[in-house]
Design a protein around this ligand. Structure first.
Ligand SMILES: [Zn+2]
Length: 446
């Protein structure tokens, strides 16, 4: 919890918060409407689901609420060169949306960014409340995406609508941006980074209404260890005499090296808001026949790394080098692996870490706003896993924080839900932050 001078709500802000509280049922209905759209993230070979219908629904609402809406399927050429985007990618059936609530001029531009895609709902039988039902129970909205992050998307849309409908004109622009692809490639956030200008962004991923300023980056490694075939039932010759070499047993040397690297990273100075860098072996495959020495073995690993480990471009080249060197050094101690070094390859799908200074105005404004609406214990934290805000910060230099309703531990589960009380508080916090960050211009009569 950091110290900030208390900044109580102004009369205007109090009125906006009251309006949001009074219309809480409308906010809940908006969350339920969004959950009902099937927007499961695309897997290669499968087309769009109901992304266009959801975006069309939001576009209509935001237009009616006074926003200037742009809804389009971006040209893939915009980022064909980018390492996050697989070959042949396009946005067919998955339009991206930006609504601009123009300010009177002279203020800062604030961007609300949220993703509308969700992860798969299987196993469907495990859900007590069906994934697209949006059922209400125990003061919560249930369903796939309620927490990650259609609840947060509803809050940002609702905050902008209420500000507009209550006649609050801001000095700077308020942008409401909903994207797809966060759970897959990150392409939607990348389009925003390449086409939208803003002074700061808030991504209402589930933070339980804290302000999260940092996230780790990730890398996906494939390590291939070579062996030499032979009959498993026959006493082996020495490898120097052409005898068999067991690739699975050689992999054990690499696994032990990875364990030591994790220990090394865990013992380095801690980041204030993030867990240490890590490398988790996640897939292993090796061997051909139960009576043969395995000729090769393949290991896949998921690496998470800290902002201070990033290279000059903000990406993971330093970590890739450190990892490969660590594996090479471990292999050098084994005669076979020294002569047949394991191959380390990096898969597509790596994403950058990001960090916004706690001194940044958006951090302090948002934190003060949450405290002003009655959550005095709100603090600063980080998200261990990547999110679209990292792309905005890294690629576009737009400082992006997370501030949203719900508990991240419920994301991607079959018991996903979001508390209604946090939806209301989040919409209030976003509205007050917008007023303070963009600056109040004037108040038009209703
Ligand atoms: Zn999310």
């Amino acid at each position: 919890v950091i110290d900030l001078p208390p900044q109580p709500l102004t009369a205007l802000e109090r009125q906006v918060c009251q309006e949001i509280a009074d219309r809480r049922d409308e906010l809940v209905e908006l969350v339920r409407a969004l959950v009902a759209f099937d927007t499961v993230a695309p897997v290669p070979g499968l087309g769009a689901r109901e992304e266009a219908a959801l975006q069309g629904y939001l576009a209509e609402r935001l237009r009616a609420g006074g926003g200037d809406v742009r809804l389009c399927e971006p040209d893939p050429a915009l980022f064909a060169d980018h390492r996050m985007i697989p070959d042949g990618f396009d946005f067919a059936g998955r339009p991206q949306l930006v609504a601009r609530f123009a300010g009177a001029g002279g203020g800062r531009t604030l961007l609300f960014n949220g993703h509308i895609d969700v992860v798969d709902f299987e196993p469907i039988d495990a859900w007590a409340h069906p994934p697209f039902s949006g059922e209400i129970a125990d003061g919560r909205v249930h369903g796939r995406g309620s927490c990650d992050m259609k609840g947060g998307v509803a809050c940002m849309v609702f905050a902008a609508e209420v500000l507009s409908k209550t006649g609050v004109r801001l000095a700077g622009d308020l942008l409401v941006n909903t994207v797809s692809e966060e759970e897959s490639t990150g392409a939607g956030g990348l389009v925003t980074a390449r086409t939208v200008k803003a002074d700061a962004a808030i991504v209402p991923e589930p933070t339980e209404l804290d302000v999260w300023v940092a996230c780790r980056g990730s890398l996906l490694a494939t390590i291939t260890v070579a062996g030499r075939t032979g009959h498993a039932g026959v006493a082996p010759l020495h490898p120097d005499d052409g005898g068999p070499v067991n690739a699975i047993e050689k992999l054990a040397i690499i696994l032990e090296a990875i364990r030591r690297l994790r220990e090394e990273w865990a013992l380095r100075p801690r980041h204030p808001f993030l867990s240490p860098a890590d490398c988790v072996p996640t897939v292993v495959e090796g061997g051909e026949w139960v009576v043969s020495y395995p000729s090769s073995c393949r290991l896949e690993c998921h690496l998470e790394y800290l902002p201070e480990q990033a290279d000059d471009a903000g990406w993971g080249a330093n970590v890739e080098r450190e990892f490969a060197e660590w594996i090479r050094a471990a292999a050098a101690a084994d005669p076979w692996l020294a002569a047949h070094p394991p191959q380390v390859r990096w898969q597509l799908g790596g994403v950058p870490p990001a960090e916004v200074s706690v001194e940044n105005p958006i951090v302090r404004t948002a934190l003060a706003a949450i405290r002003a609406i009655g959550l005095p214990r709100a603090g600063i934290g980080g998200m261990d896993n990547w999110h679209d805000g990292a792309t905005l910060t890294t690629e576009a230099g737009i400082p992006a924080i997370c501030l949203g309703p719900g508990d991240l531990h419920l994301a991607h589960t079959t018991f996903e839900s979001v508390p209604i009380s946090e939806l209301v508080s989040c919409a209030q916090a976003l509205a007050v932050t917008a007023v303070r960050y963009c600056g109040p211009a004037e108040r038009n009569p209703r």
